[in-house]
Write a protein that binds this ligand. Structure first.
Ligand SMILES: Cc1cc2nc3c(=O)[nH]c(=O)nc-3n(C[C@H](O)[C@H](O)[C@H](O)COP(=O)(O)O)c2cc1C
Length: 270
């Protein structure tokens, strides 16, 4: 169990860790031993570590260290809304990539931030893979398109658009991106798709902050539910899968497109 307890030499008794913990059990009789029965309850969210003003939570074996930085207590000073607004509105799905691989140290940064995405109950049941081998990506593309057309009867819906893409791309599914990142989940429930979606969004935004472009690939998700070979080719195991292309964009956008605002029940937007 990575959370071992409290360093009472440092602890000032503020109890913030207890207030913050979703599952705390405080046994007054045992001299305020926090985390009673921890093995059964703690979901390793690390909020106790994050909140302690004295850095008094003792932990081990997270495979990572807590990260303190200037501005942690005022995150809006690091990315104020106006900057985030531009960053998110300028965020585009990229379907044209330079024929250039992304250096491993940059890809690592993307995959690192993906693993800081929240997951339901902090379970973190996801597996990750990156495929850069264009032959494997071509086999995946063929397998996905075959599944969509021949197993799922989607030729009428997508046949023409894939045919058109073949004129510009050797790999019409992945738009000739140099890399595709896959995230799979061992969970077979809808929450798994939420987790994967959030993880991918973290990765895509991290990529954008590094000068990279990305695009979701929803077809992988659909086809993988009907063809086991897809996960195998992607090199991941699990019940659900999500994927996105990543590379250096070969296109620049001059403005963000207009998007009508959907009405929000309970709040007038204009
Ligand atoms: C869940 C999801 C799946 C998507 N799947 C694909 C896909 O398979 N291929 C593709 O080219 N774009 C895909 N997209 C990109 C959308 O088409 C794109 O987000 C939308 O057209 C808006 O464009 P923008 O992302 O540039 O704002 C997907 C987006 C999402 C959110």
């Amino acid at each position: 169990m990575p959370i071992v307890g409290i360093d009472y030499e440092r602890c000032n008794g503020c109890r913030l860790c207890i207030q913050e913990c979703r599952f705390y059990s405080l046994d007054e009789a045992k001299n305020n031993v926090l985390f009673e029965d921890l093995d059964n309850m703690c979901m390793l969210c690390g909020h106790c570590i994050a909140v302690c003003p004295q850095d008094a939570i003792i932990y081990e074996d997270f495979g990572d260290e807590a990260f303190a930085f200037e501005g942690i207590e005022k995150l809006d000073s690091i990315v104020p809304y106006d900057n985030l607004y531009k960053f998110l509105r300028g965020h585009r799905s990229i379907r044209q990539y330079k024929k250039k691989e992304v250096p491993k140290n940059i890809l690592k940064k993307v995959l690192d931030l993906m693993q800081h995405a929240p997951t339901a109950s902090n379970l973190r049941y996801e597996k990750y893979a990156i495929v850069s081998d264009q032959e494997i990506l071509k086999s995946l593309s063929d397998e996905v398109i075959d599944t969509l057309f021949n197993k799922l009867g989607m030729r009428a819906q997508y046949g023409e658009s894939f045919e058109a893409r073949k004129k510009n791309y050797a790999n019409p599914l992945f738009h000739d991106a140099p890399h595709v990142i896959f995230v799979s989940s061992m969970f077979d429930m809808q929450l798994a798709d939420h987790n994967i979606g959030i993880i991918i969004t973290y990765g895509r935004l991290a990529a954008q902050s590094l000068g990279l472009g990305t695009c979701w690939n929803g077809f992988i998700n659909i086809a993988s539910q009907h063809n086991k070979k897809i996960m195998k080719l992607a090199g991941v195991r699990g019940k659900r899968i999500g994927a996105f292309m990543i590379g250096y964009p070969n296109i620049t956008f001059k403005r963000a497109p207009p998007r009508s605002r959907k009405p929000v029940k309970g709040l007038k937007l204009d």
